[in-house]
Design a protein around this ligand. Structure first.
Ligand code: ZN
Ligand code: ZN
Length: 170
């Protein structure tokens, strides 16, 4: 899988490098695009949050097989209070927010970022939410959900896709 990472807003270079390395370590081909400004029309004044779909639209304007936006702002998608990320099912665009993934534990933060990135890329290859709470395609409603699941895909999710594993660190 070929993924272009598009940083939007204030995203630290180090985490972008680490995410790229992590994804490459599982066999993905990763390109890092230059950082862009947060689209002002994405901001919802009442909620003080940003509409996730605006970032997907932004990603859609870039070339490349898959475009993963990484942003620091807090995202929402109706009817949810917030989302860790969002993606087009079977499409090219995905977005993750670092806003609610942060931890004083740097390794834990990076692992959360990896999981949410792989989850959204999983939607891009048409995987839906998985009932297995250890599978990366399990829906995360809270950080506990994110921390419980692994960065890997369960056997069921792996078998539901063609063309080999999305991410295989072994
Ligand atoms: Zn999902
Ligand atoms: Zn699964």
């Amino acid at each position: 899988m070929q993924v272009s990472i598009l940083p939007v807003g204030e995203v630290e270079e180090e985490i972008l490098q680490e995410l790229s390395e992590g994804l490459r370590g599982g066999g993905l081909r990763v390109t890092l695009l230059p950082c862009q400004k947060v689209p002002s029309k994405a901001f919802n004044r009442r909620r003080k949050q940003y509409r996730g779909s605006a970032f997907l639209e932004m990603a859609g304007r870039y070339g490349g097989k898959h475009v993963l936006v990484v942003t620091d702002v807090d995202l929402y998608a109706e009817p949810l209070n917030f989302v860790f990320g969002q993606a087009e099912m079977g499409g090219r665009a995905a977005v993750i927010s670092l806003h609610r993934l942060r931890s004083a534990d740097r390794g834990l933060f990076l692992l959360r970022v990896m999981k949410e990135a792989l989850h959204e890329l999983g939607h891009n290859i048409d995987l839906s939410h998985c009932p297995d709470d250890r599978c990366v395609m399990h829906f995360s409603n809270t950080l506990e959900d994110t921390d419980r699941k692994g960065p890997g895909f369960c056997g069921e999710c792996e078998s539901r896709r063609e063309g080999g594993p999305l991410w295989d660190p072994s």
